[in-house]
Ligand binder design. Structure first.
Ligand code: ZN
Ligand code: ZN
Length: 337
């Protein structure tokens, strides 16, 4: 991990915004590229700029930009879609066939920079009631909001979330804000379970200390309506399918390090379980901003550490180690922060 000087980027398109990056959250996927140097068979080139969870301030606007002005603070959707393919036209820009994602190897350089040019369609104004840390957490929260939306939970639903890292906690916050569901959460790291309780989980358990499936079944003998897999581990997937009631829904959000995962076909079939895969988010950035701004969601327990740009390597080491109770490490990029 090295710091380099680079020229300030310039506006290219009429709908571009020149942004000053204020804060950036370190994501598990950034750390994955940092550690593995490989993603799904694609080698991460070196040098490569990581980062996609950012809060920024508009510095300059392209000639066709109408809804933004210099000085305005924004949250950024890191996905640039083509707007023309069948997926975009069907309202599924997150599966755009020509998408480019910030910091994704081979697509776009990341946001771990002082200045960045983005299309205005990727930016959403942030009210002054959100600070720059909260604005940087809008992106992971939008994934939780989208996953909760896909689950279509009934009020009072009984829900499990396996994995209490930042995405598991964002899913918990979104599920609770939408339905007041009773949520059971698990993780291997005790501090993460404490954060889950602080974010509204009804029950937490550590699979290293107890059989979490048995423990939850004692409380919910009929099984759970929906379970969100936010760990990206085979063991977690196995726990999820055992936790569900017949007709229940498994939402797969976690990204496993291996490409193949497996399920018990008899459990899936006998219980007629439905599996929904979640790819990032779609149109949930503004609802996520609104959830924080209205006070219906408190992302405070997620934000555990701050670093200066010069100390980015330490931030990555910490997130990678999962020690010191780290959930979201925020890098303060703009010196004004
Ligand atoms: Zn991320
Ligand atoms: Zn497209």
């Amino acid at each position: 991990m090295e710091l380099h000087e680079a020229p300030t980027p310039r506006l290219k398109e009429a709908h571009d915004l020149l942004l000053r990056v204020d804060t950036l959250g370190v994501c598990g996927s950034d750390v994955h590229y940092f550690r593995q140097q490989e993603v799904g068979g694609t080698v991460v080139p070196y040098p490569h700029i990581l980062g996609h969870e950012l809060a920024a301030t508009v510095l300059e606007t392209g000639s066709e930009v109408k809804n933004f002005h210099p000085g305005q603070r924004v949250a950024v959707d890191p996905l640039v879609s083509c707007g023309k393919c069948d997926q975009c036209l069907a309202g599924r820009k997150h599966t755009c066939r020509h998408q480019k994602f910030l910091g994704y190897p081979g697509q776009l350089p990341g946001a771990l920079v002082e200045y960045l040019v983005m299309p205005d369609a990727c930016c959403s104004p942030v009210p002054d009631s959100l600070n720059d840390d909260q604005a940087a957490v809008v992106e992971p929260l939008s994934i939780g909001v989208y996953a909760a939306k896909l689950a279509r939970l009934a009020p009072g639903a009984r829900v499990g979330i396996v994995g209490s890292g930042p995405i598991g906690l964002c899913t918990l916050l979104a599920v609770r804000a939408g339905t007041q569901a009773t949520v059971y959460m698990t993780d291997l790291v005790e501090e993460r379970l404490a954060a889950a309780r602080a974010c509204g989980a009804a029950w937490t358990g550590n699979p290293q200390r107890e059989d979490i499936v048995e423990a939850i079944h004692r409380l919910e003998p009929l099984g759970l309506d929906a379970v969100f897999e936010c760990a990206g581990e085979q063991d977690a997937l196995d726990q999820c399918v055992r936790l569900l009631k017949p007709g229940g829904e498994l939402l797969v959000i976690g990204i496993p390090e291996v490409d193949r995962i497996c399920f018990s076909s008899s459990l899936l079939r006998r219980n007629e379980l439905r599996i929904i895969n979640v790819r990032r988010q779609n149109e949930c950035v503004e609802p996520a901003i609104e959830l924080i701004a209205s006070g219906r969601v408190n992302v405070g327990p997620l934000i555990t550490h701050h670093f200066r740009l010069e100390d980015t390597a330490r931030a990555f080491e910490l997130v990678s180690s999962r020690t010191d109770g780290v959930l979201k490490a925020i890098i303060r990029i703009s010196p004004e922060n």
